[in-house]
Design a protein. Sequence first.
Lengths: 158, 290
Amino acid sequence: MATHKITVTVNGAAREADVESRLLLVHLLRESFRLTGTHIGCDTTHCGACTVLLDGQPVKSCTVLAVQADGREVSTVEGLERDGKLHPVQEGFWEKHGLQCGYCTPGMLMTGCALLARTKEPSEQDIREAISGNLCRCTGYVNIVQAIQYAAAKLRER
Amino acid sequence: MIPAGFDYHAPATLSEAVALLSRYGEGAKVLSGGQSLLPLLKLRLGHAEHLVDIGRIPGLEYIKEEGGMLRIGGRTRESALEQSELIRGRYPILYDTVRVIADPLVRNLATVGGNLAHGDPGNDHPATMLALGAQVVAVGPSGERVIPIDKFFLGLFTTALQPDEILTEIRVPSPPPRSGGAYVKLERKVGDYATAAAAAQVTLGANGAFDHVGLALTNVGPTPVRSQDAEDALIGKRPTDAVIAEAARRAADASSPTPDRRGSVEYKRDMARVLAGRALKQAVQRAGGQ
């Protein structure tokens, strides 16, 4: 089986890799690029722990081939912080205690960022719908929703 | 989980893609959004020697009304359908449907063509397209052919598409005045397949009676189940509770569910009946009837 030389822009920087056809995007990020902030949860397209942004859209990176990302832009949780300052969504999770074990958090953060890039004033229902593909088994979502609301307010102040 | 090895091809044109499928025959699979295919390959429930990714072929993603028809490009993402004002305003049954397909993250990659071509009776578009009387356009080595949706779903994971054909477009007749449609799904949680679901598309005559009805069910048989018998029971009648209840009963009779964690045969058939009734009522309401 042939390998493919691909170039993927990850968090703004072009990165190259030689990949097998069957390599999944989540493994490219974690193993080839050592960006282990993106988690692997269920591995069956259910839990959303592996959510990254592909050309700005949140997707489950366990269900995308690395080779499909060739020439495209990927954003991961590592790219959220800027100049030592947390992204407002990250700050929200800190302030509102939007996590316990933290396993779902990278995925929640990426989905939250994508939502706020699209909508300035999401309703609680909008937030709940947006994160309906991200499972949290600790908190029951109340604080996660509040964290995203906090971030929305912060971003509106800018 | 990692899929077994395969070769990946990313053709730039439709004809190149068809040529690849012709060359590799049964060993090749079309990769559209990948949201059903990749899980199957990872779980090793499915197998492919070659994946032909149609994601880099331009011109397969669009939603437009033209010539009395809604045309949806085969590779149109579900999220695009969901965000379309045209769909929300003119095809509420499609809006209902797309909102309950998997979850928002999956819908960012999953495609309308893939949802049909996969031939999974648990998918949501098939029943809706049956109710709408859609047509499917397939392109193969000898050109294009149009397949009526009634002839498309042949069995479990089996459609009328040949191994060297690609689903390029879905055509839906634009609804005449006094039409309405609805899709009602019972699911245990977001992202689950339907325990049962019903799609209804109706047109009412000037006297308020049913002029045209399309009624189909999801995940209660090896293919989506259209019930001609139920449709016949409605034509020419006014949408009273009793008339709708009778049609819903007939629709459920046409189903052949299998028992699983979502419920017993009896439960699923009864849910099919309840949902068919609700879909019909909602469709009538949207058509401006009582």
